[in-house]
Design a protein around this ligand. Structure first.
Ligand SMILES: [Zn+2]
Ligand SMILES: [Zn+2]
Length: 388
């Protein structure tokens, strides 16, 4: 097998990986580039012959999860190149695109879906989707096997979330040792290790009990975080969201079959709710929630919990900064968050479990931090070819 990182050896997000044999060519993820610290985009969007220009030349594009930096350019993929994604990923994107009135909906509808842990073939490459713990609900690593060789592509993952503890047994049972580990390295080069989602829960619980009117600024698709907030809403308080968020919750309830993801308390915001008794409300930037929050910002028992990456506030998202400003200016904003990405320790553990000969870090600005991880560290220019 051969591997080409078309983009992503030296950037976070927008990574595009090619894996090929003599007869099969496939791509993993085709998403949008993320803005750099100053809010600008560093390069021209990737043009890849056979994927988004020219004649169709690939057998598949696999999407690891629904975050825009992985799936955000699906609408550019040439008709005739089949796309694959998880079935809940497809449903989430369907809801999202419908609410955004996006023209991309037909591209989502055309995608085929796969089943966790059920191998399928594209040409002579056997693909097994391995469920991953991430801040997206239906996220996967891909095990790729051909010509007696094995590659594990992690997509985005972590081990410090609620689903982290089950990862070792899944990897041991379904992956085993591999020749090449292509791993995300988002947090490499950042010094502090992320909090566990269990520690986030403790902080969240305390604040939810302490304040009567709590707004939680969180991605609408960070399902594990939202389920935790919903399940820890104190008795007697409402858990209130908007209709779009409620639709996402209904989907997850139906598909997960777990009580933890029941969102049974979730009510839709409306004037008929007696909100004076107190509430917890997941919010997103925009005029709808801004208007609701304005009504409460002056009240002594109101709080905004900022539960996203704080880098957005450091110049990368000025609208978001404007959205949180009224609470921030009054000192009524608390940060409670943990990353959806792997720490250096997480990657070291994955290396122990999969014993790769070679490690190729992508989705990172500091690949050299994996030096000495216990396998040969591969560095390629974007577009360079690694032959296994
Ligand atoms: Zn990503
Ligand atoms: Zn992601």
């Amino acid at each position: 097998m051969e591997v080409i990182i078309h983009r992503g050896m030296r950037q976070i997000g927008g990574c595009v990986t090619e894996v090929r044999t003599a007869e099969t060519r496939l791509i993993i993820d085709f998403g949008s580039d993320l803005p750099a610290e100053d809010g600008t985009f560093p390069e021209e969007p990737l043009l890849l012959e056979g994927v988004n220009w020219g004649a169709p030349g690939y057998d598949a594009v696999l999407f690891s999860h629904y975050h825009a930096d992985h799936v955000g350019r699906i609408q550019e993929i040439l008709p005739g190149v089949p796309c694959y994604m998880g079935s809940i990923t497809k449903e989430v994107l369907r809801i999202l695109k419908r609410w955004l009135k996006s023209d991309d909906l037909p591209y989502i509808e055309q995608a085929s879906t796969f089943t966790p842990l059920q191998p399928f073939f594209v040409g002579d490459i056997k693909i097994t989707p391995i469920p991953a713990d991430h801040s997206a609900y239906d996220a996967y690593m891909f095990l790729l096997e051909a010509a007696g060789q094995k590659i594990l592509h992690t997509g985005d993952f972590r081990l410090h979330g609620f689903r982290g503890p089950s990862t070792e047994s899944i990897i041991t049972r379904y992956v085993g040792s591999v020749d090449l580990l292509i791993t995300e390295g988002t947090l490499l080069g950042r010094s502090a290790a992320p909090l566990s989602e269990f520690a986030v829960q403790e902080q969240m619980k305390e604040l939810l009990c302490q304040y009567r009117y709590v707004f939680v600024l969180c991605s609408s698709t960070n399902i594990d975080r939202l389920a935790m907030v919903c399940n820890n809403t104190p008795r007697g308080r409402y858990f209130v969201c908007d209709s779009y968020q409620r639709e996402i919750f209904a989907l997850i309830r139906e598909r997960s079959k777990s009580r933890y993801y029941g969102f049974h308390k979730a009510l839709v915001y409306g004037e008929n709710l007696a909100l004076d008794r107190g509430f917890v409300m997941p919010v997103r930037k925009g005029p709808f929630f801004k208007a609701v929050m304005e009504k409460y910002v002056e009240r002594p028992e109101a709080l905004l919990i900022y539960s996203m990456w704080d880098g957005y506030l450091a110049g990368r998202d000025l609208e978001l900064l404007d959205f949180v400003k009224p609470f921030m200016d009054l000192g009524k904003m608390e940060f409670v968050h943990s990353s959806g990405h792997a720490s250096l320790e997480d990657i070291k553990r994955l290396v122990e479990w999969t014993r790769p000969r070679q490690v190729l870090p992508i989705h990172t600005e500091a690949p050299e931090a994996l030096e000495g991880v216990g396998a040969e560290l591969i560095s390629l220019p974007d577009g360079g070819v690694l032959s296994l």
